[in-house]
Design a protein around this ligand. Structure first.
Ligand code: SF4
Length: 91
């Protein structure tokens, strides 16, 4: 069964979380290392191209943990902005 995505039109985002934060995965950078999934299994899964996509259950994770998942990405492919459009990670 296909995973339930936050936005099936934009599997890697950008998506707006209920907390107001915007996150997305730069697919051109993502190398499928899956460390983001190890940190935030409710937020990410790999698609058939081994690129991270964002799950509907992303809202169940805390923004603090999601920031940790972005920091854990070896190629800094996960981008996070706050509700005002300020870049949270990478700086
Ligand atoms: S950790 Fe980074 S490179 Fe690895 S799957 Fe996640 S976004 Fe892609």
């Amino acid at each position: 069964m296909d995973p339930k995505l936050k936005d099936s039109e934009n599997p890697s985002g950008p998506v707006i979380l209920k907390s107001g934060y915007k996150i997305w995965v730069e697919r051109g950078l993502c190398i499928g290392a899956a460390t983001c999934i190890a940190v935030s299994p409710k937020v990410y899964v790999l698609d058939k191209e081994a690129k991270a996509i964002i799950l509907d259950s992303a809202d169940e994770d805390t923004i603090e943990n999601i920031i940790e998942s972005a920091k854990a990405c070896p190629v800094a492919a996960i981008i996070i902005e706050d509700a005002q459009g300020n870049r949270i990670f990478p700086k």
